[in-house]
Design a protein around this ligand. Structure first.
Ligand code: ADP
Length: 667
C-alpha cells in the first residue's frame, strides 16, 4: 500500500508539472513548428521516470524554450529628429559617424512606411476569398492565384514581398512555389499553410526556406501575426542587409557608448557580448543537449536576458576571434549575422530555429584588417579615430566631468576644472588615443575631493581644480613628451606604429660592432618586421655610394637593430623606412633628429609603399611632441582627408624615395 501511495504521489506531481509546462508552451508565442517539437518533448517527459537524469535534462530544455522571447518585440521609435538629438546630446564630435548612423535609421524608417504586397495561392475558393478579404482589411496590397500555374505566371511578372500558399494543390504544389520564389526572389517571405498533423511537411518547408508554417484550421489571428512578423522582418532585412555596422577604432573612442545610444534612440533593449575571451564555437552557438552540462550559446542567452527578439546586440572585439579556436566560431557568427540566413539561426542547445532577423547587430573591432574576410564582407565599417587634445578637452568639459561629478556625489558643489588643469591631465597623466584613462583620472580627482569634503578638510563649496591641484591629487606626472625631451643620437630614429590601442611612436636603434657580418634583431620583432630590416640593410648595402657610405664599413662588422620596449611584440612592414634611416645614420655617423618621425614600407628596390593607420599615427606623433612627420607619397590622400586640427602644428613631408629625406632626418 505504502509503495502504491508513493508512486501515486510521484505521478501526481509529474502530471502537474507537465500541465504547467503545456500551458507555458501554449502561451510562449513560439512559432507553430517549434511548438510542435516542444509538445512532442513534453509528451516524452510525461512518460519518463522523474528520477532519471534524462528527465531533468528534458524538463530544463522545455522550460528554457518557453522562456525565450519568441515574438516579443519592442516597437521601434522611428523619430529621426529625436535620434539625432540623443546622439548629439550624449556624444561630442564624431560627425561622420553620427551621420552614417542617421542615414541607416532613415532607410529603416522609409522602408517601414510601405505596405507589403502579398500573393495568396489556394485552390479552395472560399479559403482564398476569405484570406483576401481579411488581409485587404488590414491595408495590405493583395493579389491571389487559384492554382500553382497561375501563381507562377504572376511571379514571372512581378515581385511580392510575402507569399501565402497552400501546400497541397493539384499540379504545381506549395513546395514548387516555394522553390520558385526562393530561386527568383530570395528576400520574399513564404508562409505555408496546410492540413493539420503534417509535422514532416513543416520541417521540410522551413528547411527549404519558408518563413512560417501554419496548420489548418488556422485562426485568423495566427495568419495576421505571421504576416505582420514577415513584413517587419522584411523591413529589417531591407535596411540591415549588407550593412551590419562595424565600429572600428582604438579603445575609449566611444564605440560602446554610441551603440547604447542607438538602442536608446530606437527605444530598443541593449546587450553586449564580448568575443575577445571566447574560446570555442559552442560559446556562440551552444552545446548539444546530449553533452553533460550543456548550455545555449551567448547570443541566445543574451536575447533571453533582454526578454525581446529585437534588441541592439553589440558584439565586441570581433577581430579577436578565430585565432587558435575549437570549431569554427567565425562561421557560427556568420550564420547569426547574415540577413540571408539568420531568420532561422540554430543554436545547438535549442536545436530549433530562432529568428534573429529582428536583432540589430553592431560589431566592434580595434583593427578591421584583422576581421575574417567572410565576415568583413558583410559589414559596413565605420571608423572611429582617436581624439585630438582639443577634442579630449571638450569631451572632458561637456561630458566626463559632469558625469563624474554626479557619480562621486559632488552634485551640490561641482568642482570647476580649469582648461590648463584638463590639458595637464591629458598631456602628463594619459597617453592614449581614446579617453578611458582621462575619465579615470577625472574620477580619481573627484573621489579624492569627495573624501576631503566628508572628512571636513574642504568646505562644501565648488572647488576650482588648477594644475597644482591635479599634481596634488594624481601624484608626479607619468608621461613626458618623449621626443622633445630626448637627445639627438647617431643610429636612433623615431618611427610611428599603429596598434590596437591606437597609434604610438617607436625608436629604432642601430649599432655596429666587430663581428662576422651578422644582422642581429631584437625587441620582440615579428617576422614581417625582421624581413623589412633585412631588406632595408640590403638596400643600403647595394646603394652605399648613393648615401656616401664606404663599402669597407660593412667588413667584419655585426649590425644590431633593436626596438625598445622589448617586452611588447611588434610587427608590420611600416617600420622599413625607419630602420633604413637608422642604418644610414649609423653608417654616416650623422645624428638623427628626435622630433622627426618617419613611417613607410621600403622595398628591396628602394620604393616606398603606403602604410595603414595614418590618422592614428599623426595623433600619436602630436601626443609625443614630434614636429615633422615623413609619410609615403601614396598616403597623401589620407593626409588630405584629415581634418585641419589633426594636422595643426605638424609639418608633414611626403617621400617617394628614402634618398629624398635623408637630409631632413639627419643632422
Ligand atoms: P570604446 O567602446 O570605444 O572602448 P566607450 O564607449 O567605452 O569606448 O567610451 C569610453 C568612455 O568615453 C565612455 O564613458 C564614453 O561615454 C566616453 N566617450 C567616448 N567618446 C565620447 C564622445 N565623443 N563624447 C562623449 N563621451 C565620450
Amino acid at each position: 500500500m505504502k509503495l502504491f501511495k508513493k508512486t501515486d504521489k510521484i505521478d501526481e506531481t509529474r502530471s502537474t508539472i507537465v500541465e504547467e509546462l503545456r500551458r507555458k508552451i501554449l502561451q510562449s508565442g513560439m512559432p507553430s513548428q517549434v511548438r510542435d517539437i516542444a509538445l512532442a518533448e513534453l509528451d516524452l517527459l510525461s512518460k519518463m521516470n522523474p528520477a532519471a537524469a534524462e528527465y531533468t535534462i528534458t524538463l530544463t530544455y522545455i522550460e528554457y524554450l518557453t522562456t525565450l522571447p519568441w515574438n516579443k518585440k519592442t516597437a521601434d521609435n522611428l523619430d529621426l529628429e529625436r535620434a539625432e538629438r540623443i546622439l548629439n546630446e550624449r556624444h561630442y564630435g564624431l560627425y561622420g559617424v553620427k551621420n552614417r548612423i542617421l542615414e541607416h535609421l532613415a532607410v529603416k524608417i522609409l522602408s517601414s512606411n510601405r505596405n507589403p504586397r502579398i500573393l495568396i495561392v489556394d485552390d479552395e475558393e472560399i479559403a482564398r476569398k476569405n484570406l483576401e478579404h481579411i488581409l485587404r482589411k488590414e491595408n495590405y496590397d493583395v493579389v491571389s492565384a487559384k492554382n500553382g500555374a497561375e501563381a507562377f505566371k504572376l511571379l514571372d511578372e512581378q515581385e511580392f514581398e510575402i507569399v501565402l500558399t497552400d501546400i497541397k494543390m493539384e499540379g504545381l504544389d506549395g513546395f514548387a512555389i516555394l522553390d520558385k520564389v526562393k530561386a527568383k526572389y530570395p528576400n520574399t517571405k513564404v508562409i505555408m499553410i496546410t492540413a493539420y498533423a503534417a509535422v514532416d511537411n513543416a520541417v521540410e518547408a522551413i528547411k527549404k526556406g519558408a518563413f512560417h508554417y501554419i496548420a489548418k484550421p488556422f485562426k485568423i489571428e495566427e495568419i495576421k501575426l505571421s504576416i505582420k512578423q514577415a513584413s517587419e522582418d522584411r523591413v529589417s532585412t531591407i535596411s540591415t542587409k549588407g550593412s551590419i555596422l562595424c565600429f572600428a577604432g582604438p579603445p575609449g573612442t566611444g564605440k560602446t557608448s554610441l551603440g547604447k545610444s542607438i538602442a536608446d534612440a530606437l527605444g530598443r533593449k541593449f546587450a553586449r557580448i564580448s568575443l575577445g575571451g571566447i574560446k570555442d564555437e559552442a560559446e556562440i552557438r551552444g552545446h548539444r543537449r546530449t553533452y553533460a552540462g550543456a548550455k545555449p550559446g551567448r547570443i541566445i542567452e543574451e536575447i533571453r536576458r533582454t526578454g525581446v527578439a529585437n534588441p541592439v546586440l553589440m558584439l565586441d572585439e570581433i577581430d579577436k576571434i578565430c585565432q587558435d579556436f575549437k570549431g569554427d566560431p567565425a562561421s557560427a557568427l556568420l550564420e547569426a549575422l547574415d540577413p540571408e540566413q539568420n531568420h532561422a539561426f540554430i543554436d545547438h542547445y535549442l536545436d530549433v530555429p530562432f529568428d534573429l532577423s529582428g536583432v540589430m547587430f553592431i560589431v566592434t573591432a580595434n583593427i578591421p584588417d584583422n576581421i575574417q574576410p567572410a565576415l568583413l564582407d558583410r559589414m559596413e565599417v565605420i571608423e572611429f579615430s582617436g581624439y585630438t587634445e582639443e577634442e579630449k578637452k571638450n569631451i572632458a568639459l561637456k561630458h566626463l566631468i559632469p558625469k563624474q561629478t554626479t557619480e562621486q556625489g559632488l552634485t551640490e558643489f561641482p568642482p570647476e576644472f580649469t582648461d590648463e588643469a584638463i590639458l595637464k591631465i591629458i598631456q602628463e597623466y594619459t597617453r592614449e588615443a581614446g579617453i578611458r584613462n582621462l575619465e579615470r583620472m577625472i574620477a580619481t580627482i573627484c573621489r579624492k575631493l569627495a573624501t576631503e569634503v566628508v572628512k571636513g578638510s574642504k568646505p562644501k563649496t565648488p572647488v576650482k581644480i588648477t594644475p597644482e591641484m591635479v599634481e596634488k591629487y594624481l601624484g608626479p606626472r607619468r608621461y613626458y613628451f618623449e621626443v622633445a625631451d630626448a637627445k639627438n643620437r647617431v643610429g636612433v630614429v623615431t618611427g610611428l606604429v599603429w596598434t590596437e590601442t591606437g597609434g604610438d611612436i617607436i625608436f629604432v636603434e642601430a649599432a655596429k660592432m666587430k663581428g662576422k657580418r651578422e644582422l642581429i634583431l631584437t625587441g620582440s620583432l615579428g617576422n614581417i618586421m625582421r624581413e623589412s630590416a633585412q631588406a632595408a640593410l640590403s638596400y643600403i648595402k647595394s646603394n652605399a655610394s648613393v648615401f656616401g657610405i664606404s663599402e669597407e664599413i660593412f667588413e667584419n662588422q655585426d649590425i644590431h637593430i633593436h626596438v625598445p620596449q622589448g617586452a611588447i611584440p611588434k610587427d608590420g612592414p611600416s617600420a622599413g623606412a625607419t630602420i633604413a634611416m637608422a642604418l644610414i645614420s649609423l653608417f654616416t655617423n650623422r645624428p638623427a633628429k628626435r622630433d622627426v618621425a618617419i613611417t613607410g614600407e621600403l622595398t628591396l628596390s628602394g620604393r616606398i609603399l603606403p602604410v595603414g593607420g595614418i590618422k592614428e599615427k599623426i595623433l600619436a606623433a602630436k601626443r609625443a611632441g614630434v614636429k615633422t612627420v615623413i609619410v609615403p607619397h601614396r598616403n597623401k590622400v589620407d593626409i588630405d582627408n584629415l581634418p585641419e586640427d589633426f594636422k595643426k602644428g605638424l609639418k608633414i613631408i611626403f617621400m617617394e624615395k628614402i634618398e629624398d629625406v635623408v637630409d631632413i632626418v639627419l643632422i
